[in-house]
Design a protein around this ligand. Structure first.
Ligand code: NAP
Length: 491
């Protein structure tokens, strides 16, 4: 069976749904959204580990046009975010457009028909415009660990939590010390008889200024929408202020480091442990983490901090790169996502029949962080150079959605059948990104992170500027960067 649609969106997370909502709000009813799972929510649907919460305040980490007066806390738990996303999809009438359990297997540009042919687990789609909203955090990364198959206990990834495993009184190994791990570890410490944390690199951590919103505050938010507006603005500009750290400006780095050091020293009294928990790179080079419960969990009696990577497994033993071995019942991999080489890219084949993954063999890149030469009529939301270390990615998504709406207006007004970014425009944009990246803490901070593609040394994940500059630069469509063919003539 083939479904024909002018616009096909892939993924029902914040990005794909945000696109769908705005298509509908601007009067475009004729679109389909395919989603590989059976619910909306994307990474918030998939990540339901104990302790999950957002580390961006919820009033900002939500659609600007769908404020939620009922957030219960400054940093809401994951389940609340998932409910919010579901409510948005229902209230905005998006559910009838979504084809669930429909995994995009392969998308090929058909140059004769000027459309994308999309094979899915649920039939074929043909679409004039293809929009991906698959995000950076869609597919969990499992490191290759020698002997892991021989492990006698339970093994799972943070993004695929197995709630059927009884963790109480177990000997639990947690692998990783990133944003997911530091939320999981305090919860595991409460349940485990013994816990071992395999820490390849120590993260920087600052206090989490979390609290419940009172009933009165929530009522105020309901009665007067300007209250939420003001909160959003305050949170946003506080985040923007922190961008100065990422630009490697010494005064701001020192301020952040002082806060991190005092937080660490408040909770960790053992000098050996303190040494292990002290990062050996510049603050901000990896994601700056926020937690009040991580250090106490690490300092607890039943926790061992193994300051080396998990190197191999042998039966019931998990062995660190240091050679230290631990008898464990459960291994939890909080080892991140396939963000540098997103799996969707290996499934998209452009005008030359080359996969986007192969095309990106030196790392991801896109004009205006959204379009790639050789891949006509394709827009990528939350793709190259759209990640943030200091602010809400929902803000970036909204800017990209506005860009695409502008492109669609142009396509409709000019009767365009093919729109493709000019290679020189893409290169010029990437040159600009490279210049902006130089000297930032992500490149100069002395750490190894997934923000940088090892193959080129380029910063491919992060937008290396203020979030508001992203909107200034990429929040509206730039026709000059594209060539177009109309149904009657080539321009
Ligand atoms: P991540 O930041 O990529 O962290 C993965 C961790 O696994 C790192 O600490 C890494 O060490 C470690 N690792 C990998 N292989 C290892 C091995 N063999 N032995 C020991 N450690 C190993 O992934 P994440 O924590 O899932 O976070 C990913 C992103 O998700 C975050 O940056 C954030 O954007 C998002 N997130 C957000 C929230 C939120 O509250 N909003 C919560 C969770 C996640 P190295 O540091 O040495 O590479």
């Amino acid at each position: 069976m083939t479904t024909n649609t002018p616009i096909l969106i892939i993924g029902a997370g914040f990005a794909g749904l945000g696109m769908a909502i705005q298509l509908k709000r601007t009067g475009r009813e004729d679109f389909v959204l395919i989603e590989r799972a059976n619910d909306v929510g994307g990474t918030w649907r998939d990540n339901h580990y104990p302790g999950i919460a957002c580390d961006v305040p919820s009033h900002l980490y939500s659609y600007s046009y769908l404020p939620n007066p009922d957030w219960t806390r400054v940093f809401s738990p994951g389940g609340e975010i998932q409910s919010y996303i579901r409510t948005c999809a229902e209230d905005e009438g998006i559910l009838p457009h979504i084809h669930f359990n429909t995994d995009m297997l392969e998308s090929r540009w058909d140059a004769e028909a000027n459309e994308w042919v999309v094979e899915t687990s649920n039939g074929t789609y043909r679409a004039k415009i293809l929009i991906t909203g698959t995000g950076h955090l869609a597919d969990g990364h499992m490191p290759k660990i020698d002997g892991l198959d021989s492990f006698k206990g339970e093994v799972f990834h943070s993004a695929d939590w197995d709630h059927s495993v009884d963790l109480n009184g177990k000997r639990i190994g947690v692998i990783g010390s990133g944003a997911s791990a530091i939320q999981i570890i305090p919860e595991m410490q409460k349940r485990a008889s013994e816990m071992v944390v395999f820490q390849r690199s120590a993260p920087y951590m600052v206090p989490r200024w979390d609290r419940e919103y009172t009933a009165g505050e929530r009522r105020m938010c309901r009665r007067d929408p300007s209250v939420i507006e003001d909160m959003r603005s305050e949170i946003f500009w506080a985040g923007e202020f922190n961008f100065a750290q990422r630009r490697n400006i010494p005064r701001f780095l020192e301020e952040a480091k002082t806060l991190a050091v005092s937080h660490r020293e408040t909770h960790i009294k053992d000098p050996e442990l303190l040494k292990k928990l002290t990062p050996d790179y510049e603050i901000g080079c990896k994601r700056l983490l926020i937690s009040n419960t991580y250090y106490p969990a690490i300092a607890a009696e039943n926790t061992t901090l193994e300051a080396s990577a998990l190197a191999r497994v042998d039966g019931t033993k998990a062995i660190g790169a240091s050679g230290e071995a631990y008898e464990l019942d459960v291994l939890i991999f909080a080892t991140g996502f396939e963000a540098v080489r997103p799996p969707f890219a290996a499934r998209i084949f452009g005008a030359e029949g080359i996969s986007l993954d192969a095309h990106w063999d030196k790392g991801m890149q896109a004009y205006d962080s959204i379009a790639v030469h050789g891949y006509p009529n394709l827009f990528i939301i939350n793709g190259p150079n759209t990640g943030l270390g200091h602010n809400s990615v929902v803000y970036i998504i909204e800017a990209q959605v506005d860009y695409i709406l502008g492109a669609l207006d142009h396509i409709e007004a000019q009767n365009v059948s093919v729109i493709e970014v000019k290679p020189e425009a893409e290169e010029a944009y990437m040159d600009k990104i490279d210049v902006m990246s130089q000297g930032t803490v992500w490149l100069a901070g002395g750490c190894k992170s997934w923000y940088v593609d090892e193959r080129s040394g380029r910063l491919t994940l992060i937008w290396p500027d203020f979030a508001h500059s992203f909107r200034d630069e990429n929040g509206s469509f730039h026709p000059a960067g594209y060539t177009t063919q109309s149904l009657t003539a080539a321009e």
